[in-house]
Design a protein around this ligand. Structure first.
Ligand code: AMP
Length: 272
């Protein structure tokens, strides 16, 4: 992959990159189209990265379907699908990691210890392998996007980061490979995440600024879904990801909720 990218770059081609864990959906495809519009060659990686999963998490059962993914990639105008094996990404004795020390502390970083160390490490490695000019990430993983932007800034990666808006199912559920785990009743109740964010947006529009009341209202929406259990609900400064007491500047309302055994995340930016 790296040799091919070096050759392409020598020919003056601009490489666009979309890193994924596969089991692709329209959210991923929208990112591929953004990459397509900004580059000559589009690379999609499909790699379920073991270092970003905790010991009790769903690494082994994470959904996989390479043939379907490859077909979707081709349809969306992907030139190269990079599909490495874990043993080739992490050689025996691998001992170097990338640790972002500020933005990754809270939210998913707090409830999934080591997660962003795994994410930053694999993205840094993939950048060094694929050598992209531009890489596209989804706003659905809002904290991840911000951690990657910070890594690129602080480690001087010559990569432009482009964000793609969250793509949703017609009823509002954010598309996710993990939605496949949901049974019919769980799928119905999974809408509570979007509903909680709608509630936060409505309250902000109505002039409510205290994040305590906004969070309580979000909590209440989740409580109405009996199969849902809150992992976290936070309202944080959009730039620093520090919790805020009032929405005085753009703030990210972010939540992680278990619906049955499936952990789902979603977020929106609240603007005063
Ligand atoms: P994943 O395969 O879940 O690791 O996601 C790969 C990339 O797709 C990440 O940049 C995600 O933020 C992005 N992504 C996942 N779901 C969505 C979605 N519903 N809308 C937009 N981007 C998404």
């Amino acid at each position: 992959m790296q040799a091919r990218s070096l050759a392409l770059r020598r020919e003056g081609r601009r490489i666009g990159f979309v890193p994924t864990m596969g089991y692709l959906h329209d959210g991923h495809m929208a990112l591929v189209r953004l990459a397509r519009a900004r580059s000559d060659i589009v690379v999609v990686s499909i790699f379920v990265n073991p270092t970003q999963f905790g010991p009790q998490e769903d690494l082994a059962k994470y959904p996989r379907d390479f043939e379907r993914d490859e077909a979707l990639c081709r349809e969306a105008g992907t030139d190269i699908v990079f599909y490495p094996e874990a043993k080739d990404i992490y050689l025996t004795g691998h001992s170097v990691y990338v640790v972002e020390e500020s933005l990754s502390r809270g939210l998913c970083g707090a409830t999934r210890p080591g997660h962003f160390r795994g994410v930053a490490t694999v993205v840094a490695k993939l950048f060094n392998i694929v050598l992209p000019d531009v890489a596209v990430f989804g706003e659905k993983d809002g904290q991840q996007l911000r951690v990657i932007r910070r890594m690129v800034r602080d480690l001087n990666f010559p990569v432009e980061i482009v964000a793609g808006p969250t793509v949703r199912e017609p009823d509002g559920l954010a598309m996710s490979s993990r939605n496949k785990y949901l049974g019919p009743e769980e799928r119905r109740q999974a809408l509570c995440l979007r509903r909680a964010l709608d509630r936060a947006e409505a309250l902000t529009r109505d002039g409510v600024r205290e994040t305590g009341s906004i969070r309580a209202a979000m909590q209440q929406v989740i409580a109405e879904a009996p199969l849902a259990r809150v992992d976290y609900i936070e309202i944080v400064d959009d730039a620093t990801l520090e919790p805020v007491k009032t929405v005085a500047r753009p703030a990210m309302a972010a939540l992680a909720v278990f619906v049955g055994k499936t952990r789902l995340i979603d977020n929106t930016v609240l603007r005063p």
